[in-house]
Ligand binder design. Sequence first.
Ligand code: ATP
Ligand code: MG
Length: 399
Amino acid sequence: LPEEFIKAQPIIDTIEAAGYEAYYVGGSVRDTLLGLPIHDVDIATSAYPEEVKSLFNRTVDTGIEHGTVMILDHGTGYETTTFRTESGYQDYRRPDSVKFVRSLKEDLNRRDFTINALALKTDGTIIDYFDGLTDLKNHRIRAVGDPEKRFNEDALRMMRAVRFASQLNFKIDSETIAGIEHHGSLLTKIAVERIHVEFVKMLLGQWPAMGLDVFMETGLYQYCPDFKAYSDQLDQLRNKLKSGLSNETAVWSLIAATFNLSWQQINQLLKHWKSANQLIEDVQTATKAVQAISTQSVDAWVLYQTGKELLVIANEVAYKLGESSYETTALIAQYDALQIHSKKALAITGQDLMAAGVKPGPQLGQALNYLERQVVDGQLTNQNQVLLSTAINYLNEKA
Ligand code: ATP
Ligand code: MG
């Protein structure tokens, strides 16, 4: 067993010693069997939340109404969830009520896909009620039980199916695909923030086309904010994307470039997807740089305005589009060679200008902007005396 499980074993031992059952479950079990690294170890137990809390000194109620208690152990937190069933699902998302149960099988039965419904004991035994091991071996994503019913219960599972396909390079089972075809429209009932998370994970996966194919062919994309009008562009994207992207800014910049969106349209799209303002700004800046890279018009000012981090992203995106003829290292070398990388680095301040007799007011800001541009473009050396005399000439000419 991987060391993460070994480290968590005392937790399971403590729960078992008190007479309850406890297992490793979820993504960490799936990923271990696939030989992939694991992020977080999740534990499922027959003990009720209050019983779990009574067994450990340090716990946090991270989701106690759903049965989840975090056990803190030597700096690591373990999410421990009581076996439960879910019922209700009146609104096609999250159950109306959860019921704690003592049976592992009932708990695994509520899980989304067979590969996510495996449990692992500390001695290495796997509990597999739904043929998850066969599906893992055959690289298949299959709903636990009747896909129609499962997607009707919780529509987010359809997005989870396509993102696992893209992360694992797995095929989605045909009945599960049919379920997505029939229930795609229920996605509109799900909070956009949650769709957003799964969509981005899909494009960050190593095999994005595996998810995108189903996302497009089932029509699921139509029920994502603003995507309906862009089916041709999304198709192009899936044909071009042979490997995953490296971060979320790259994901949306690639979409913006593929959809050919303006500054304002990027803002609108990303607002509809409930994105943070910082992400929106970064995508706008990176997309502008993608355009410059695609048209081979990267100059000092573009480099300066984009900044190193977003330049790397923009070139990655242009490269994926098949439109970059720049080496990232060369772009970075050009960027590093700029005389300044921010306005603060100008060898002059507003104070200096005022000391030389320039009156405060808008012209002072204009003079600094002029110097900034000239220094970035390499027209001026970034030296205090040079900048001072240039500013004074500039202001005299304007007056
Ligand atoms: P990741 O590696 O991305 O964390 P994961 O499989 O652990 O993948 P989580 O979202 O962390 O995914 O969920 C943990 C487990 O909870 C899943 O493996 C699955 O068994 C169950 N699960 C999560 N979301 C749902 C859902 N919407 N419907 C049913 N079961 C779910
Ligand atoms: Mg997980």
